[in-house]
Design a binder for this molecule. Structure first.
Ligand code: ADP
Ligand code: MG
Length: 316
């Protein structure tokens, strides 16, 4: 087993658990344009952090700063307690990175590229590499220049998951994968998490984030506008209900926490703030429930609330 000499540095500061990855007030300007405007995030050991937001929100910029490729204008970016810019060489020994658009050396085969990456990062488990290649259904004998986007993505994913890393930084890593391979990818993320490793996963596939992530940060125009555990965030979301009652419910739309009431014959569709569910159901049940269907709150609903301005106005 490898001895991790930096372990004490980041686990025992002041008796608190120190984050594996942390940014504080991270600002990045490109000329006059502010791409990041004070980004705060924290990824802890054994945690999968879902970093979500639309194109142009600042996900890749944040990640490039964390990788030491870009220098922040101001603020802090730390990995394993070390400075992302100054200590990049030390940090890189223990992280694996997969970008959304993978460029590989055109004249090397996929297998050669995988070997090269794995060698650089340490980790020399041949059977692990073979398993990964088989599960991702990759032909490692082909030259990289002949690979499709999806296959280049697979090469990078195999190399990342074959490496002995403590932190995986994945920037929209599944953008070229078909649903079957998406599933394989998710299995490996879960495996890494179960081994106590940490993952920063930037994604715009909300179902993927919902399935994998413990903690979610939503970024918009360079600012984190919502962050918390998926459980906490669900609390802020609405549950969709379809209901039929014996007697008509008077003024349902006026009840606090009820939204978007729509009648369809005998049925009523509406949404309730999940935190007001109990109260609302008590009230509604007085009118004799004949039929009740509910759909659980989705991360997508929460996400969309931030991008639907008329909704945002109603939130207050
Ligand atoms: P995301 O990964 O969330 O899609 P990015 O971090 O790539 O977003 O981009 C955030 C914003 O910063 C975008 O408006 C993008 O055009 C801008 N940007 C990114 N890199 C540069 C750069 N090197 N020079 C100027 N603007 C950039
Ligand atoms: Mg990006």
């Amino acid at each position: 087993m490898r001895v991790k000499i930096f372990q004490n540095l980041y686990f025992c500061k002041g008796g608190n658990t120190l984050a594996i990855l942390e940014t504080r007030n991270l600002v990045k300007k490109f000329g006059n344009f502010t791409a990041l405007n004070g980004v705060n995030m924290e990824v802890n050991k054994g945690e999968v952090y879902g970093f979500i937001g639309p194109n142009g929100a600042g996900k890749s910029t944040t990640i490039r700063i964390l990788l030491g490729i870009l220098k922040a204008t101001s603020g802090e970016a730390k990995i394993f307690g070390m400075d992302a810019w100054k200590d990049a060489v030390e940090i890189h020994k223990r992280i694996a990175y997969v970008p959304g658009d993978v460029n590989l050396w055109p004249n090397l085969t996929g297998g050669e590229v995988i070997d090269l990456f794995v060698k650089l990062r340490g980790g020399n488990n041949k059977s692990r590499r073979e398993d990964l290649i088989e599960r991702f259904d990759l032909d490692p004998t082909k030259k990289c220049r002949t690979y499709s986007k999806g296959n280049r993505q697979k090469v990078a994913l195999v190399a990342a998951f074959a490496s002995d890393a403590d932190l995986y930084i994945l920037d929209e890593p599944t953008s070229g994968l078909d649903p079957l391979m998406e599933r394989v990818f998710q299995d490996y993320v879960m495996e890494a998490k179960n081994e106590g490793k940490s993952v920063l996963l930037s994604s715009h596939i909300l179902s993927e984030v919902e399935r994998l992530c413990d903690h979610v940060g939503i970024i918009r125009q360079g600012e984190i506008i919502e962050s918390g555990s998926l459980k906490d965030l669900r609390h802020l979301t609405r549950t969709h209900l379809t209901i039929e009652t014996k007697e008509e419910i008077p003024n349902l739309h006026l009840i606090d926490g009820v939204h978007r009431v729509e009648k369809q014959d005998k049925e009523i569709n509406f949404q309730v703030d999940t935190e007001k569910m109990d109260e609302i159901m008590r009230h509604v049940s007085q009118f004799g429930i004949v039929k009740l269907e509910s759909a659980p709150p989705k991360l997508e609903d929460l996400f969309m609330r931030h991008y639907d301005s008329s909704e945002a106005e109603n939130r207050g």
